[in-house]
Design a protein around this ligand. Structure first.
Ligand code: ADP
Length: 707
């Protein structure tokens, strides 16, 4: 995929392999990877686990067999202990056994327990950690402890359990009911808007992410990138947007069939806002599309079905990878070194008319397969229907697969996908938190769903803005009785991702992101970060892809009004004038027609067209068309680059300011503060837009009628 493959840290792959080895692998597979010499936690102590806060971890409920939210009135709560105490030992806080004067102190996140016998004067032999406590008791002053970071978890929803554990590991302060005063971090379960009116701190969701990652928006963003960089973006299956591209879809499929009758492709249909496999079905003929629900046209995408997936144990599976966007400006992306794999529960066969409806064969969603009689809940991370990514990679390595290459392809896929969605996110961001308005900064953990093809090429299925962070799963222990039991594989992966995201977002310190340099901390020894920085680390290989982001910077620059996400006709004219794009053969009247044509088409396509004007995606289309008109002789990508350079230069010339070139190329630390760069009184211009809009509509209709 990537022209220049990324150097994957050998350490990282080693640790993946080591993790897998710890869990054990199928003995029937020959292992071709060198056996790692060091264990993952070389100093894993022999710890006596004394118990835990069981109520918060495991509940079982007596309830009806039908799925859904547990009934509020369920009182039949029972308590379960984790089977693998070592995995959960880190939950224990400092433990004090006053009876025999022996103290046990657990170092957070390390499974290390320090022990010492309390001397009459409180001296803990040879133990610096306990000495600190003793010094404190003796009144010896150490530098003042910094205030703990505060986290508002009131809206955390299903990620609450994993979040609580993470906060405990870090010794931060949780506010489960929210707090009157501001918190450092707000943890939302769904979207940026879960809490209103946050004016400071950091929120774990970006505005617009939910909208941007819906199947239609995502497909559009990927298509724009595919137009500019077809080879780089070949990891996203060909998709058509429904209902608007139904005709193109049917025509293209018929043409393929007519040219080669033996070709019988399969397609997967997905509703726009769907998740967990809801409403998904496979088709082999366009006539099988269900286009309406009641009297409404169904919004969704129909996508090429990847019919040759890589199989393990004859089963199709996909990868859930956690990705942190730490910041949009500058763009900072981290990938979790450990992920999950979700397995189908019926052996895979290539699609045929007979098996099209076999969801347990074709769809890897946990939420579907958990209902198959074949689903295997497992305490081991390398068996069962949900496994750790490292155990799968290990298994593949054992078969001789070049997992270093697979991993670097996955990293490239992630970076390219984020680059595709960032432009629109920036538009949302400046509308929600305009420059000058107090507001929080944002970060977000995304769930990437990736399928490996038989030839090991990773394919992006979708990106989840709200990946499940549940660390328990439902189990039916008796007919109709469901129990929430801890899921070790989920907990191991998800708690680490949340905890390390928090560490990276710690407002009180900037810590090293590199796995090879352990995080310095005087008091505690947390494990090295499970999140690996991939951008800007690999800036060189990917920066050339950020063309649409530069178009978005121009777009934002001409929006003019705080909170706006759409360009009016006057602002569009201002853009054309500023960039000197009109001339005798491309008059301002033609500019108006271009604006109206494109805006009208997009207004029809947009699910939410309440706001009038030109959105970013429509502006990008207009930009491509202007580029094609101005630089006819060049290939499309060069046309766009040439026009961008021209526009950026014009804007900067007009302002005669160096800072604006920086703002447009995205080099500043904050989002480009475009409003103050407005060359004309855009506020006035926007207020004129409504009138002009109507005048232009009438004129365009006349022009069209003339034709
Ligand atoms: P949802 O958001 O409902 O989970 P997905 O896009 O993730 O929708 O699709 C659900 C499942 O369908 C995936 O987990 C995968 O197993 C399968 N799937 C989705 N798209 C494709 C595709 N293009 N080719 C093959 N399988 C696919």
């Amino acid at each position: 995929l990537s022209d220049s493959p990324i150097e994957v840290q050998t350490e990282q792959m080693k640790s993946l392999v080591q993790d897998a080895e710890k869990e054990g692998v199928d003995s029937e597979e020959p292992v071709s990877m060198p056996s790692p010499s060091a264990s993952v936690s070389p100093d894993a102590p022999s710890v006596t686990i004394t118990g835990r806060d069981a109520n918060t971890l495991s509940t079982c409920r007596n309830r009806s067999k039908s799925r859904g939210k547990p009934a509020k009135e369920d009182k039949n709560i029972c308590v379960k202990q984790y089977k693998d105490p070592a995995l959960h030992s880190s939950l224990l806080g400092p433990k004090q056994n006053t009876q025999d004067n022996e103290r046990t102190l657990l170092i957070r996140g390390t499974e290390k327990v320090l022990q010492g016998r309390s001397e009459p004067n409180g001296n803990y032999m040879n133990n610096p950690h306990l000495k600190n406590i003793q010094d404190h008791e003796n009144g010896i002053k150490h530098p003042r402890k910094k205030k703990p970071v505060t986290v508002d978890s009131a809206k955390a929803k299903t990620s609450l359990e994993a979040l609580k554990i993470s906060i405990k590991h870090l010794k931060w302060k949780e506010f489960p009911m929210g707090r009157r005063a501001a918190c450092d971090i707000y943890w939302h379960g769904v979207s940026f808007h879960d809490n209103e009116n946050i004016v400071s701190g950091q929120v774990n969701k970006f505005p617009g992410m939910v909208e941007m990652l819906r199947k239609i928006s995502m497909s559009r963003a990927m298509r724009t990138m595919q137009e500019l960089f077809p080879e780089e973006y070949d990891f996203y299956p060909r998709s058509w947007i429904l209902p608007e591209e139904y005709q193109q879809f049917t025509t293209q499929i018929r043409m393929v069939k007519e040219s080669d009758a033996t070709v019988n492709r399969t397609f997967i249909v997905k509703p726009d806002g769907g998740s967990q496999g809801d409403g998904i079905y496979l088709i082999r003929d366009p006539s099988d599309l269900k286009l309406v629900a009641g009297s409404q046209a169904k919004q969704g995408v129909v996508q090429e079905y990847i019919h040759k997936p890589l199989l393990i144990d004859k089963l199709k599976f996909d990868i859930r990878l956690y990705v942190l966007i730490k910041s949009l400006e500058p763009l900072e992306i981290y990938i979790a070194k450990e992920g999950l794999t979700r397995f189908c529960t019926e052996p895979y066969q290539e699609p045929s008319q007979k098996n099209l409806s076999h969801v347990f064969m074709h769809l890897t969603n946990y939420s579907l397969n958990v209902h198959s009689g074949n689903f295997v809940h497992s305490d081991s991370q390398s068996t069962g229907s949900k496994r750790s990514l490292s155990s799968v990679l290990y298994k593949l390595a054992a078969k001789g697969v070049d997992i270093k290459k697979v991993w670097s392809d996955i990293i490239a896929l992630v970076i390219k996908t984020v680059i595709a969605v960032v432009p629109e996110l920036k538009v949302y961001y400046q509308a929600e938190i305009p420059p000058g308005k107090p507001g929080p900064t944002c970060f977000q953990i995304l769930g990437f769903d990736i399928l490996l093809m038989k030839n090991l090429k990773p394919i992006l299925l979708e990106v989840n803005s709200n990946p499940s962070m549940r660390i328990e799963h439902e189990q039916e222990v008796a007919p109709g009785v469901f129990e929430y039991v801890p899921s070790p594989v989920d907990e191991e992966v998800k708690v680490n991702v949340i905890r390390d995201t928090l560490r990276l977002m710690d407002p009180s310190q900037e810590i090293s992101a590199e796995p090879e340099s352990p995080v310095p901390s005087p008091e505690e020894a947390l494990p090295s970060l499970c999140l690996k920085q991939v951008y800007p680390k690999y800036t060189k290989q990917f920066n050339h892809l950020r063309l649409v982001e530069r178009i978005a910077a121009l777009f934002i620059r001409f929006l003019g009004v705080k909170g706006n996400m759409r360009l009016g006709p006057t602002a569009f004219r201002t853009f054309i004038r500023t960039c000197k794009l009109s001339n005798s053969s491309f008059t301002m009247a033609s500019v108006d027609i271009l604006y109206i044509d494109i805006t009208r088409r997009w207004a029809g396509a947009a699910a939410d067209s309440r706001e009038a004007g030109m959105g970013l995606q429509a502006f990008v289309e207009a930009f491509f068309s202007l580029a094609a008109r101005k630089f006819k002789s060049l290939a499309q990508r060069q046309q766009v680059v040439a026009l961008l350079e021209l526009c950026e230069l014009s804007v900067c010339e007009e302002r005669r300011s160096v800072s604006c070139s920086r703002a447009l190329s995205g080099g500043s630390r904050t989002l480009p503060h475009t409003a103050h760069l407005s060359p004309v009184p855009l506020r006035r211009a926007v207020s004129q837009d409504q009138r002009l809009h109507y005048r232009l509509k009438a004129r365009t209709l006349r022009v069209n009628a003339d034709n």
